[in-house]
Design a protein around this ligand. Structure first.
Ligand code: PEP
Ligand code: MN
Length: 361
């Protein structure tokens, strides 16, 4: 006895409900897998795992659908599952705008950074070399209205024979100079063992590009109460950069400033390639302040001003630039640091853009 159309449709409806129930259960398992992968910093998309599943399904295919059709249907299910993993992922991140829609505004001393605060300048030499060098630089930059003095005491150098920085003596000099100029002092931390001495001298801890994925260091600065300037890694994706920030926030330190400093590309006429889309993305995806280090991005003086102007137009919360009393004799990065006359010109050229950016915020 043949079944009526009605009966067959009823059967299909029941099967639909079963498929939906199975799909939802599958979705829940996938979400748990997604969470595990995020915790372990693993990529969600795994083509070899997809391939394995498809081969298994095709081998089991009883028909009437062709192998190609079964593959196409499951490929859609995989795509939807991947979306689910990634959406869940973004929602749980502490750095994300979905977690905190309003901008994080950091109050550091009498300075504010982020949100509607005017973009600020961070300037100073690449390396702290002497008391004299830091005192004159701090005084000059103070007169120029720069509120944050930079300078490395522990330097991440490509060669172990390059100048490695003055260490603790450099920290002492840096803080002294910044205080004399009424400025905050930002300096790079490279080793978890230095956290105590750093906390004694630095107002802001810098995590450099080379240490962006030094997870032990990220956790250590995350346990500190000092604000952290987190540079983007030499070849880090935006996602990796934001996960690095997440390490810091996940340890309880929400005072993170992101710093785009150029990434490695095939381009040889600049030291790195300034990625302004990363600045915009980081501003959109996170609630953290984002600044731009034009010096390390460009690696040449003639590009600093236009790049800084572009960074402000893209919504950057500040500009970072290296300034040295006599760059020719600098112990690191002597190709790219500005001298005082150069900084004066840079600052004058940037001023209208700073004002416009402030109004536009
Ligand atoms: C620095 O700012 O001194 C520095 C080494 O920069 P980066 O980590 O961006 O290379
Ligand atoms: Mn430098």
């Amino acid at each position: 006895m043949t079944q009526s159309l009605e009966q067959l449709r009823g059967e299909v409806d029941a099967l639909n409900r079963q498929i939906l129930e199975l799909l939802s259960r599958r979705g829940e398992v996938v979400a748990r897998i997604g969470q595990l992968k995020s915790e372990e910093g693993q990529r969600h998309y795994d083509p070899s795992r997809e391939d394995q599943q498809l081969r298994e399904l095709v081998a089991l295919n009883p028909g009437p659908f062709s192998d190609a059709t079964v593959k196409a249907i499951f490929k859609e299910i995989f795509k939807a599952s991947l979306n689910l993993e990634e959406v869940n992922d973004k929602q749980v991140l502490l750095v994300s705008r979905s977690k905190q829609p309003e901008d994080t505004v950091l109050d550091i001393g009498k300075l504010r950074i982020g949100g509607k605060a005017p973009p600020l300048m961070i300037a100073g030499p690449c390396s702290i070399e002497s008391e004299e060098q830091m005192m004159v630089t701090a005084a000059f930059l103070a007169e120029q209205g720069v509120s944050i003095l930079r300078g490395g005491a522990f330097k991440p150098r490509t060669s172990p024979y390059g100048f490695q920085g003055l260490g603790p003596e450099g920290l002492r000099i840096g803080k002294q100079a910044a205080r004399a100029g009424g400025q905050l002092f930002v300096t790079e931390i490279m080793d978890t063992r230095d956290i105590e001495i750093m906390s004694e001298y630095a107002d802001i801890l810098q995590v450099g590009a080379r240490n962006m994925q030094n997870f032990a260091l990220l956790r250590e600065v995350g346990r500190s109460r000092l604000p952290v300037l987190l540079k983007r890694g030499l070849a880090a994706t935006v996602e990796e950069w934001l996960y690095a920030a997440e390490y810091i926030l996940s340890e309880g330190n929400a005072s993170v400033i992101l710093c785009e400093r150029g990434i490695r590309t095939f381009e040889k006429w600049t030291r790195n390639t300034l990625d302004l889309s990363a600045v915009v993305l980081a501003k959109q995806e996170t609630h953290l302040p984002v600044i731009v280090d034009v010096t390390h991005a460009a690696g040449r003086r003639d590009l600093l001003l236009p790049l800084a102007r572009a960074a402000l137009a893209a919504g950057a919360d500040g500009i970072h630039v290296e300034v040295h009393p006599n760059p020719a004799t600098a112990l690191s990065d002597n190709e790219q640091q500005l001298d005082f006359a150069g900084y004066r010109e840079f600052a004058a050229g940037l001023q209208p853009f700073l004002e416009a950016a402030t109004r536009y915020r």
